[in-house]
Ligand binder design. Sequence first.
Ligand code: IMP
Length: 431
Amino acid sequence: MSNIIILGAQWGDEGKGKLVDLLADRFDYVVRYQGGHNAGHTILIGERKFVLRLIPSGILRPGKTAVIGNGLVIDPLALLEEIEQLDAAGVDVANQLRISNRAHVLTPSHRLVEKITECKLAIGTTLRGIGPGYEDKAARRGIRIADLLDRAYFPDALAQLVADHRTRARAFGLDEEIDVSEIGERYAQAAERIRPLVCDTVRLLHDAMAAGKNLLFEGAQGTMLDLDHGSYPFVTSSSASAGGACTGAGVPPTKIDGVIGISKAYTTRVGGGPFPSEALDEMGDLIRRRGNEFGSVTGRPRRCGWFDVPVLRYAAAINGFDTMVLTKLDVMDELAEIPVCVGYRIDGVEVRDVPPTWRELARAEPVYEVLPGWRSSTKGISEWAELPSAAERYISFLEEQTGVEAGCISTGPERNETVLRAGSRFAALTA
Ligand code: IMP
């Protein structure tokens, strides 16, 4: 057994939550390492639906420890809401959740600052204050969880940060009243509630590894939303790729045994920014309807399109995965033909790599190969041999084009609606 990173290979929403939940039994710790409550995992367990934004979904397995690492930005009130949701469902939060004392704190005024950026750039963020939270971290004026718990330090630090945010917002004509003492009070209450859960998670994880425990690192967003490697500036503000697991959890690369990429059998994206294989016709609508492609955080309709080979190859290179989980195959059941984007034509030149600027990506015309659909139900199939032959061919084509095996295929939201391929690298990594 080993320490594994699971992350999104596209623009997020690849279905990581189900996979992490499925594999959580084989790991002792499930660790989030970046982002905040801009993420949203929806997990169905029987009739029960859980939407987790900050807390790793592994918490739904009794006895597992869910860890919120130092790389996150945390809105204490959003965190508390999740804790209460889990408490109400009988989850043993007190024993199963640990929060890094080095993670950063989001305040309501981060959302005010975000309005400035959104006015200028229209990235289409989740408006949770995530970008401004990371800005403050990088500018070395952020407030961390350890500061939130410091009753003597926090009130002044909060007042100073909020005042700073308001000054900046006013310079852009945004004059919103923010009641610092009310926020201070609510945050102080939240601080007392989470105090027993806060610790040095770096020490916790290193002790766990020394004791032979297995760690599962759960990425949020996806590689194309990574601050360094994604479709900048239409990205999130954290390191959503594999490297982020090391900085965001304090675990060295030498302790990571493998990476698994998650990709939909097609592609979606929320918010602004270029998306070469976007299907702006009724096929896109069909995928959106069948795949229920609406943001779990904001409810926004997701933009839908075809599988993008250059994106997947790029994600495999950056993150170092050679096995992927292909999710939502059943969403494509009704399609007569399925285009796959195998490259781009940019200014008349065919390329196989993702270009560095959003302007080139916006000019990229997709080069498609069109495969036959299977027009029969794959919903709930859990054996490779039961897949229609056209679906097998589709998956094999993606494997050939990307050089990455599809070690696991998801055919529905439930845990058992999953094809695990015997003998695959995926099976070896998660055995
Ligand atoms: P932010 O993370 O709220 O700053 O948003 C930056 C970009 O990332 C926007 O395009 C969002 O739609 C996108 N984004 C953030 N979180 C997620 C996610 O969990 N899934 C998909 N897109 C996301």
